[in-house]
Design a protein. Sequence first.
Length: 227
Amino acid sequence: MMREMFVGGRLKQTEIPSKLTPDEGLETVYRYADFYEIEITEESALVINQLTQSDPFYIASLLRSDWRERDFSTKAGVIKTLDYEVRNRKGELFGTWSEYIYSTIEAVNDRYAKQILLFLSRKREKECTRKEISDHLQGKLLERELEKKLNALEAGDLITQGSSNFRYRGIPDDILDLIFRSLYEEEIHGKIPDVAAELTASISSSLKYGAFVQNGTNVKGLLRKSI
């Protein structure tokens, strides 16, 4: 929108991170849990914070879940609830992202655009060159066609520009990756992602009660005193 309003204008673009620090994220989990009057444990708070990557929107959306079987009292319960929300087409998480994805990808809504999204999302921790993307598509798009699709996806904030105009990368967002694949992986790769299994595998083995108190600070204790 800003690009359309100020074509050719000089704008300073300041990136505002959407995610909080891990400590801020954990504090946010407790604050939302208190606000929504939800009982959580030290372990489940850590799990929520890790799986949402300390993203306040994801934290709030997860704790607002109206699923009848929602459970935030255990690690398994958090995973089961997030699994449902990622795949629930009427839920806030899936609904918000899928609507945005559909509207953004409409101009390039074909198999190649979906392949590009899945490829870059899977490799979201690194930059990929246009040649690497072209090779993944087995050279089935002309250079100008590929660049046009990449530019459209980048303008829609579904991928980002890398360190040069020849490089691109996926959005570093684990939940968005799961939603991408819930939408397109069966169509493109012929398999349905096991979201619950992937969420379970992503939980660090260090998520134990002892890891809850870090640097001598008991987050829950501080929050209970401040609220």
